[in-house]
Design a protein around this ligand. Sequence first.
Ligand code: RBV
Length: 425
Amino acid sequence: MNEKSGIYKVKDLSLSKAGAMRIEWAESRMPVLMALREQYRRSKPLKGFRIAGCLHVTKETAVLVKTFVEAGADVSWSGCNPLSTQDDVAAALAADGTSIYAWHGMNVNDFYWCIDETLKFKPNLTLDDGADLIFTVHNKHQELIPEIIGGTEETTTGVHRLRAMAKAGALKYPVVAVNDAETKWDFDNVYGTGQSTLDGILRATSVLLAGKNIVVAGFGHCGRGVALRAKGLGANVIVTEVKPTAALKATLEGFRVMAMDDAAKIGDVFITATGVKDVIIDRHFRVMKDGAIVCNTGHYDCEVNLKHLESMKKRVREVRADNEEYTLKDGRKIFVLAKGRLVNLAAAEGHPSEVMDMSFANQFMSQLRLAELHRKGQKLENKVYDIPPEQDQEIAALKLKTMGYRIDSLTREQVKYQSDFSAGT
Ligand code: RBV
């Protein structure tokens, strides 16, 4: 472990060269964020702002962090999952002089220690993925709240929890729901999760997906993405749901829908993407086929109840990286990937750079807007805010341009027609 008190703690600083190369690769695939970096490099609109971030330390996140720094911000960062840090990327950020506390495979105590370290630097803006940083501020470091202008939240689970907090009157500063931007959830959650989840499963198992019964629990944006991509690889996809409308959509997309009790008996690979706990529990493990593979792509590791599996096991051993074989007392083997944590980030590299380009452009613009409103003396309420709709169109237009696509625009007559309620047959 390499450590510099008050600045960083990372696994191995000597990995920094490899990390820098990986970051450079991501930069070449994130043209929208890079355009924003270029736009604000000279004016430095974030000068004087201190951002504490708690978000997976990946090559894409590094591009975001470097963009904040180029725009003048001081940054202190931790990872938002004990298994998602890319140690070479963390080393590269540390070598660059960025304050960062993150390493792969940390325990839960270390996880909160890292967050505490980033808070020592007294941020006035926070950036979360899952709301652990905001919760830590609210529960343990209320003394920091008067200085904090606002925060942003990256993911569905975090936004749900923050909306619940706001409803209960417990939220003490404004937060922008970056997840709810159309250029975030309709791309990152669907295509990002779809591809990276299968990427994680393949790296951990290298099994053939064609012809397998793949059970996807949850048909929200993430589950839908996983189901679509698994179907594309020739799997027989089965969806489990609790929400009738979501289940209905899954059937009309051509997926088989059934209760987990039935799916458990026939699934070859199980992927949870629900955001709730105990989706797969002892009675499901009891009926699974010998050799079944189980993993999770929801934010927390509570979707698959591993305590139940532990209590049924005779022995466990790691058979490949991120792949543990549980031999049960009746002799069956069940394989658990990435300890039930986000398989896409723990066993692979998270979502591809191209899609994070839009998510992180939203993060950057939202942090910038919080800073600008503050500078103008405009005070926001302690609520969860959506991003302005223009931001979505701006980011989408820029993304299309970088991809080389040109689209049409409405004529003046067409605009008039759209708002004319007297027109008919
Ligand atoms: N996520 N980040 C990455 N490559 O940096 N991959 C996925 C990356 C984010 C994604 O935006 C999602 O909302 C969140 O991780 C779940 O924790």
